[in-house]
Design a protein around this ligand. Structure first.
Ligand code: M6R
Length: 365
């Protein structure tokens, strides 16, 4: 039941601290490693895994994009990501040294299941990340890693997404320790950072009322842009998907560096632009993108790092998130975007949990 929340989506947003904790417990996290006890992840051994090919749809595809960067940087294994419905039909190159990884909350998405079957048929080893025990995907994949988000009722995925992101960090640590690219000290720091996330998320959830005020201020908007760089580029894609699916506001996510290659033509003073501007290597660049938007009258909603005193002057609305390792920023940045989408939709009075034209699992191709 909804346990006093207006919608399942809001309840599920609030369950994220618990869901992330449970996902870590299930993975067998120790001080400086992630064991995935009992799951021989790489099957024939690490030498056999020359490349990982991730397959997913929708929100799970966004988790895969973040997973690619994490695994490439922490484990130095090349990763490709494909939309499941595209992969199947493009005569993909698959080798027996590939690990095909399907990411699917429900484990029932027809295109994702078919794509994994296709990869398997072409000789790849197969792994799935899934949130539902015994789902159809588990009959295709050689091995399954479970996120422990618990049942997700709302069509808009929230806790399933952030537990997928948690799983991506855990998998990257696991692989990095085995390829030898991730030292014990860095692994420990990342795991400590993961352990702190639930408390940080509780603090972010406490800002829900303030985010509702931001949504109210932009209530009349018909279009909205989301911009991010690096690991936060897929977070921008996800922020846009969430907003459009439940509020029916036209929303687009872009890599902020792509702005001047087209999307900036859309910006005028009726257009809210959500900018992911957490501190990190791309911060300076994000600031200049933000100035470009501002110069064209765009209304800036910035998601920035707590303690950032520069950005306040550039943004119309400021949402602050705690300072954490770059690898963990996407998880925290996602929380205010979920709340923003929720409040936009709720203020508009849409059917938040059952948006029009959408189904929770897309079991047709
Ligand atoms: O169950 P899956 O993870 O395979 O679902 C994939 C997409 O259908 C799903 O993430 C969809 O995009 C959500 N409604 C987004 O909130």
């Amino acid at each position: 039941e909804k346990q006093g929340f207006r919608h399942y989506m809001l309840k599920e947003i609030h369950e994220q601290p618990r869901a992330i904790r449970d996902t870590m417990l299930g993975a067998g996290v120790v001080a400086d490693d992630v064991r995935f006890d009992g799951v021989d992840l790489l099957g024939k051994g690490l030498d056999a895994c020359a490349r990982i090919v991730m397959l997913a749809c929708g929100t799970s595809f966004h988790a895969a994009l973040i997973g690619r960067s994490l695994i490439e940087s922490l484990a130095r294994i090349p990763v490709e990501v494909d939309i499941a419905s595209e992969f199947r039909y493009r005569d993909p190159i698959v080798r027996t040294t590939d690990l095909a990884l399907a990411i699917t909350q429900s484990g029932e998405t027809a295109d994702t299941i078919a794509a994994l079957k296709e990869a398997k048929q072409r000789g790849a080893q197969t792994l799935a990340i899934c949130n539902v025990l015994g789902a159809s995907i588990s009959r295709v994949a050689d091995r399954v890693l479970y996120t422990h988000a618990g049942p997700e009722i709302s069509v808009a995925s929230t806790k399933a997404f952030t537990t997928q992101l948690t799983m991506m960090v855990l998998l990257a640590i696991h692989l990095g320790r085995r390829t030898g690219h991730l030292g014990a000290e860095r692994a420990r720091a990342l795991i400590d950072g993961l352990q702190d996330l639930p408390a940080h998320i509780d603090n972010l959830l406490a800002a829900s009322a303030a985010i509702r005020i931001v949504a109210r201020r932009h209530q009349g908007a018909r279009d909205c842009l989301f911009l991010g760089r690096g690991l936060c580029y897929p977070v921008a894609l996800e922020g846009a998907l969430k907003l459009k699916e439940i509020s029916y506001i036209h929303a687009e996510g872009h890599a902020s560096g792509e702005m001047k290659h087209g999307p900036i033509a859309l910006v005028d003073n009726t257009m809210p632009v959500v900018v992911l501007a957490q501190r990190g290597p791309g911060y300076g660049k994000v600031l200049s993108n933000l100035e470009e938007v501002r110069a064209r009258g765009g209304k800036i909603i910035a998601v920035a790092t707590l303690g950032d005193h520069t950005i306040g002057d550039l943004a119309d609305d400021l949402i602050l998130v705690p300072d954490v390792a770059g690898e963990l920023q996407p998880i925290l940045a996602s929380i205010p975007l979920q709340l923003l989408a929720y409040h936009f939709a709720d203020l508009k009075g849409t059917d938040v949990d059952q948006p029009r034209n959408l189904a929770k699992s897309v079991t047709v191709e």
